[in-house]
Write a protein that binds this ligand. Structure first.
Ligand code: ATP
Ligand code: MG
Length: 569
């Protein structure tokens, strides 16, 4: 269920054709397959922070429940204790809610450890599971290759009593890791490797973040997942394509145990250019300090995107736009950026900010004098109104808006040239001041008092309009500019012996510490978003910004500058 679902999204959903999962759900509803019930779940393993790929799954699972009057559970698939942690559990809950969804039930696979154990005992009693004592290497050899068949384990015909006894002793902690496994007795000759007597339980003397040291045997994903679905009466268990070949096993367990029959459906994972998406790699980036943490604004994690300035609406809109199919593909990160840009263009208040300041002194503007100019808050939204900004003798402009020796097409400021200051006056550069090294430190200009509001009464034209901030009133800030985390479109596509880490973009972060902002930004709140005119969309960093030292993150540029740069080469 969503708590917050703008109607525009609903309209979008209505307008687009139904995806294949929705078609399945509708067919089931029409056939009354589950007595009219629709119940999905989002089942993350708490071994890392959620990323944008998970957002696709979240939007799909919660979206189906919402659109068909059903329910959606949040279930932590915490059967692999070595890598799991409550820090991840907490972050996952926060991220799901931030995306605008609320679960109907919250569960942990570890809640079912006893039930899972009991069901495993039932399979042993039915002669459908056995304790195998082959070593991991032997097990691999016996399983055989894709092109051949496997070989029965010599332990396959252990008696039911012996199996029950050994399983009980495994649970009691009598054996060390790897000594025995519990395996389903299916078919060692199956063409599907997953059906060649897959492991159901392994011994792991590892502390679990919820069950502590109560268990030293843990169920395997394939055994635990379907049964957890069944226990929760999940009707449509939606997972990614790599589990397609696990479906026969999913079905086998539920059929053999004769419990509620959930159904598994697979869709394509989301991949995005210029980033990596597996939690293992994201963890590596964090642990090796390639980024500052899971919520580094360059990360494809939900927490990173949030800190970067992404909105839940933009992420949902992106997920809706990419759709749900069975074809694996990679989406251009520009699509994600576009979704944010589209929303912020409509909603973000416009402000003036100078990131690389160059001082301008207007020599014919009286010292100590101040004019108040009216600036439009958002041309896309008249209801946003206007604000007052002070104009004084000393201003800052962007260094890049001045060139000492400008080429023809440069319509901004140059010696002797006239330019329009947005919401200000026309100014003409009369002198360029330099330090001993020849660096430009200041510009001297004159202004035309008749041009207030941006028009010259004599009708003379200026081509360029630049932004500015009054030096006296300027608020100092640090601004962090981000670029793609990886230079290559597909950073994981590397030659043998190479690591995807070699594709990290060394220029993915640029920190500007001398930025000058218009005074109204002084009270900007953590997470608040703005368009800095001509520069892009920015938000106040929610973690490191302070009232006396504002820090802004660039969320996204105004246009897709990367594509342009690539074209230029
Ligand atoms: P990772 O490889 O990043 O660890 P995972 O699939 O192991 O991903 P889980 O925590 O097990 O991560 O995933 C929870 C749910 O999110 C699963 O249903 C999974 O299919 C889905 N999911 C994970 N990654 C993606 C993705 N890139 N696109 C779509 N769905 C995904
Ligand atoms: Mg996983």
């Amino acid at each position: 269920m969503t708590t917050d679902n703008p109607s525009s999204e609903n309209n979008e959903q209505d307008a687009r054709p139904k995806n294949f999962v929705e078609q399945i759900v509708e067919a089931d509803l029409a056939a009354n397959t589950h007595a009219g019930r629709v119940h999905t779940r989002f089942p993350p393993e708490p071994n890392g922070y959620l990323h944008i790929g998970h957002a696709k799954s979240i939007c799909l699972n919660f979206g189906i429940a919402q659109n068909y009057g059903g329910k959606c559970n949040l279930r932590f698939d915490d059967t692999n204790p070595a890598k799991e942690d409550t820090e991840y559990v907490d972050s996952i809950k926060e991220d799901v809610q931030w995306l605008g969804f609320q679960w109907d039930g919250i569960y942990f696979a570890s809640d079912y450890f006893q039930q899972l154990y009991d069901l495993a005992v039932q399979l042993i009693k039915d002669g459908k599971a056995y304790i195998c004592s082959l070593s991991p290497e032997e097990t691999r050899e016996y399983r055989g290759g894709w092109d051949g068949v496997g070989q029965d384990s010599p332990y396959r015909d252990r008696s039911i009593d012996e199996n029950l006894d050994l399983f009980q002793r495994m649970k009691a902690g009598e054996f060390s890791d790897g000594e025995h496994t519990l395996r389903a007795k299916i078919d060692m000759a199956s063409a599907n490797m997953n059906m060649r007597d897959p492991a159901m339980y392994r011994i792991k003397h590892v502390h679990h973040h919820r069950t502590g040291d109560q268990w030293c045997i843990y169920p395997m994903y394939d055994f635990a997942h379907g049964i957890s679905d069944s226990i929760e009466n999940i009707t449509h268990s939606i997972c990614t394509l790599e589990f397609e070949h696990h479906r026969p096993l999913y079905d086998w367990f539920l059929d053999e145990l004769d419990i509620f029959r959930s159904r598994q459906y697979e869709f394509a994972r989301l991949n995005i250019t210029h980033t990596v998406m597996s939690k293992r790699r994201l963890l590596e980036l964090v642990e090796q300090n390639h980024v500052t943490g899971w919520d580094d604004p360059r990360m494809p994690t939900i927490s990173g995107l949030r800190r970067r300035g992404y909105t839940p609406e933009a992420i949902r809109s992106f997920c809706s736009r990419i759709g749900v199919t069975k074809q694996n593909s990679t989406h251009d990160i520009a699509w994600l950026e576009d979704a944010l840009r589209a929303q912020l263009n409509k909603e973000a208040p416009r402000r003036a900010a100078v990131l690389r300041p160059l001082k301008v002194v207007i020599e014919n503007f009286p010292e100590g004098h101040e004019e108040t100019m009216e600036a439009v808050n958002n041309p896309e939204d008249p209801s946003a109104g206007t604000r007052q900004i002070p104009f004084t003798r000393e201003l800052y402009i962007e260094r890049s808006d001045f060139m000492e020796d400008p080429p023809k097409k440069f319509f901004r400021l140059g010696p002797g040239r006239e330019v329009r200051l947005r919401y200000g006056f026309f100014i003409t550069c009369t002198d360029v001041i330099k330090d001993e090294q020849g660096n430009i430190t200041e510009l001297r200009c004159t202004y035309d008092p008749e041009t207030r509001g941006g028009q010259a009464p004599d009708g003379r034209k200026v081509r360029g309009t630049i932004h500015w901030v009054s030096a006296k009133h300027a608020v100092n800030a640090e601004v962090r500019l981000y670029d793609h985390l990886f230079q290559k479109q597909d950073p994981s596509n590397v030659e043998e012996g190479q690591s995807y880490l070699e594709n990290l973009n060394p220029n993915s972060l640029e920190v500007l510490t001398q930025c000058k902002l218009e005074p109204s930004l002084k009270d900007a709140l953590p997470g608040e978003r703005f368009q800095f005119e001509r520069l892009g969309y920015f938000c106040v960093d929610a973690k490191e910004s302070a009232t006396d030292q504002l820090v802004f993150n660039r969320s996204v540029t105004l246009r897709d500058t990367w594509a342009k740069m690539q074209k230029k080469g």
